[in-house]
Write a protein that binds this ligand. Structure first.
Ligand code: 0PR
Length: 390
């Protein structure tokens, strides 16, 4: 059946109305306390639709966007104090970047140390993406317990290292507590044992470097530490760039030669990829470029300041509820608590009935205080929480 132009236009209008209705509740982050993502600004939304066809998987077709990607990576490398020979790529986010970092470490150890049945030392706090990574790469995990401060236990790292270890992993801002592992100490261990150290700063990478700008302690986690060989850092988290958007940066090309693929049939016959994905969204990179190059460091600092101030505000209110117990003192924009009134599952279930969305980690309820939080939103949530705990 051939559809006429007026019929088609009518249909488009109908579909738009239908979609607006169907998905109206999906667009609001007003009650979302669990997410590491945050809604895009009007400018970012404009970029999303205006440049939707740009595919960085075929760089010869979009040379200007390739230049913007280079500039994004230069900004990121600078944020991470990367040495001058760094290499990297934008990615689809933290999971892909972690996979690429571990893939490169495994292959480097195969080439340099002839390790073929490798193991990775992973803190118990590692994001689920590492479990996927290990499965895909055919590696074994040596789980490392955490200390009382929720950091990777360095003594156990030293005990567990052996001739099969192909990578150490440190987390700069864990998913469950926001805590930063002791990267300088891990770096020393990595250097002593000549083992690559991958740092997962998917969440913390865009926060930790800016904490001293707002008068808070800023632990060292980046390439300043000699043993750090690769770092994951996301654009689609606190920076607020488009989903999907992250980066992987390596200390030098030495670590990427074994994973790099040359693609000669594309319009740019020079194309080299270290990513898992082939087709990659240009609009997400353009959005990151605007946020990093036009709005600059001050923009990130203001977002970090907003989130950290509201974290402190929320913390104070939570501490004022006698039946609640904090799981840890927050160091980033992540809070965790439990109650003696009910299980965490019951608590989250009750709060969901009033539309508030939170996540559960171990024995606590987790909140991630993102830029879409407001003081009013926090006050509304505390009122409902108090009701639920009555
Ligand atoms: N590393 C860390 C430390 C992370 O916290 C995350 C995401 C990743 C890696 C993986 O990043 P991608 O999701 O970009 O691949 N952690 C968030 C979490 O598990 C992911 C998320 C984001 C979940 C938004 C829910 C949500 O609404 O909480």
């Amino acid at each position: 059946m051939v559809i006429s132009i007026p019929e088609f236009e009518k249909k488009v209008k109908e579909i738009k109305v239908h979609l607006e209705q169907l998905l109206q509740n999906e667009k609001s982050y007003d009650h979302v306390l669990s997410s590491m993502c945050t809604p895009p600004s009007d400018l970012t939304r404009f970029i999303a639709s205006e440049f939707a066809e740009i595919n960085l998987g075929d760089p010869g077709l979009f040379p200007k966007t390739v230049e913007l990607e280079k500039e994004v990576l230069e900004e990121i490398a600078q944020i991470l104090n990367a040495p001058k020979n760094w290499v990297g790529s934008t990615t689809s986010g933290g999971s892909e970047s972690n996979l690429i970092g571990c893939w490169a470490a495994r292959n480097w150890c195969k080439e340099k140390k002839a390790i073929t049945n490798g193991k990775i030392l992973l803190p118990k706090s590692a994001h689920i993406s590492f479990e996927k990574t290990i499965d895909i790469l055919g590696l074994e995990i040596d789980w490392i317990p955490l200390t009382a401060t929720h950091q990777i236990d360095l003594e156990i790292v030293k005990e567990k290292i052996d001739s099969r270890t192909v990578a150490l992993v440190g987390i700069a801002g864990t998913t469950r507590t926001g805590v930063c592992d002791d990267i300088p100490a891990l770096s020393e261990i990595a250097v002593d044992n000549k083992i690559p150290l991958h740092v997962d700063a998917a969440h913390g990478g865009m926060i930790l470097p800016f904490l001293d700008d707002i008068g808070m302690a800023s632990p060292s986690f980046d390439f300043e530490n000699e043993g750090v060989t690769s770092i994951t850092i996301d654009n689609h988290k606190i920076l607020g760039s488009l989903i999907p958007g992250g980066n992987i940066i390596f200390r030098s090309q030495e670590y990427t030669t074994t994973i790099e693929k040359r693609i000669s049939y594309l319009s740019d016959s020079q194309t080299r990829q270290i990513t898992i994905t082939g087709t990659r969204p240009g609009n997400s990179v353009i959005a990151a470029w605007v946020l990093l190059k036009h709005f600059r460091k001050e923009f990130i600092i203001s977002r970090v300041k907003h989130s950290m101030e509201l974290t402190k505000y929320l913390l104070k209110l939570l501490k004022g509820i006698p039946t609640l117990e904090l799981a840890f003192e927050p160091t980033l924009n992540i809070l965790g608590f439990s109650t003696n009134k009910m299980t965490t599952e019951e608590l989250v279930g009750e709060l969901r009935k009033s539309n508030w969305d939170l996540s559960i980690f171990n024995q606590w309820v987790r909140i991630v205080v993102m830029p879409h939080f407001t003081k009013e939103m926090v006050d509304k949530f505390i009122k409902v929480l108090k009701e639920v705990l009555k």
